[in-house]
Design a protein around this ligand. Structure first.
Ligand SMILES: Nc1ncnc2c1ncn2[C@@H]1O[C@H](COP(=O)(O)OS(=O)(=O)O)[C@@H](OP(=O)(O)O)[C@H]1O
Length: 265
């Protein structure tokens, strides 16, 4: 991967301001609202795989599982680039979208958008979505610490403030309840596999097998074990490709808290 492209994506991330905007009643970063036409007109392709979630639900974990499944368990190749380059984040700026456009298929893309805001081309093409949901209590705690660590997010204030903002959907990417319910309903009409973070914690092998089946893959046990081992919390915490240690403190100040913070219920 061209280091200049990585640099450009990081630069774009650091340019995001904590200002909030709103789209169709959903609270989003103003930076997302500003480039909404570009995001909404993004062209999905047949064969795209999307990991969708409310923030802090286990997205990065699922991204890495998906990448390894697509790579038939080739750990060496999974180390080719940071996760935000391997799996472009749909609403994170022009450069991410350019990276996505230049990628060969099958692509893996990430979004935190509620289902009603997903660009229409995703429903017109043959796209598979893995949605990850996490219980709101852990999601909220994780999101609170993330706001403190991510220097481009608004200061969350004290816990009581953040709690009431979260409960009323006044945090970026909107209301947790609408998000998980919207995607739950959509799974009856589209190719969506709905996975729970808690199930992944309880039995990660079982959930990885579900994802493999959804993607039409079947591996011998040694490959499944490799994927399992490489995507354990301990491995991911120490893996620079997924632990965001390549981001400068001006973006993620991990002296406040690690991105791979707790990884538990
Ligand atoms: N492998 C593995 N096992 C268990 N838990 C894991 C794993 N990888 C990431 N995590 C935890 O997921 C939380 C981050 O969620 P996201 O990746 O969705 O964050 S983001 O919205 O994309 O920023 C964050 O949760 P908290 O620890 O509760 O903050 C991560 O620690």
């Amino acid at each position: 991967m061209d280091p200049q492209v990585i640099e450009k994506v990081v630069q774009e991330m650091s340019n995001f301001s904590p200002d909030m905007g709103e789209l169709q009643g959903v609270t989003l970063l103003q930076g997302i609202c500003d480039i909404w036409d570009t995001i909404y007109n993004f062209q999905a392709r047949d064969g795209d795989i999307v990991v969708a979630s409310y923030p802090k639900s286990g997205t990065t974990w699922m991204q890495e599982i998906l990448d390894l499944i697509v790579l038939d368990g080739d750990v060496e190749r999974s180390l080719r680039a940071p996760c935000f380059i391997k799996v472009p984040f749909l609403e994170m700026g022009h450069t991410s979208l350019e990276v996505a456009d230049s990628m060969p298929s099958p692509r893996i893309l990430k979004t935190h958008l509620p289902v009603q805001l997903v660009p229409p081309s995703f429903w017109e093409k043959d796209v598979k979505v893995v949605y990850v949901a996490r219980n709101p209590k852990d999601c909220m705690v994780s999101y609170y610490y993330f706001h403190k660590m991510d220097q481009t997010m608004a200061d969350p204030g004290n816990w009581e403030d953040f709690f009431s903002n979260f409960m009323s959907g006044k945090v970026t990417w909107g209301d947790w309840f609408d998000h998980v319910i919207g995607w739950w309903k959509a799974k009856d009409h589209h190719k969506i596999l709905y996975i729970f973070y808690e199930d992944m914690i309880e039995d990660p092998r079982r959930e990885i097998l579900k994802v493999m089946k959804f993607l039409g893959k079947d591996f011998p046990e040694d490959v499944v074990q490799k994927i399992l081992q490489h995507t354990s919390f301990k491995s991911m915490k120490n893996n620079p490709v997924v632990n965001f240690s390549c981001l400068p403190e001006s973006v993620f100040d991990q002296s406040v808290t690690s991105f791979m913070r707790k990884g538990k219920l």
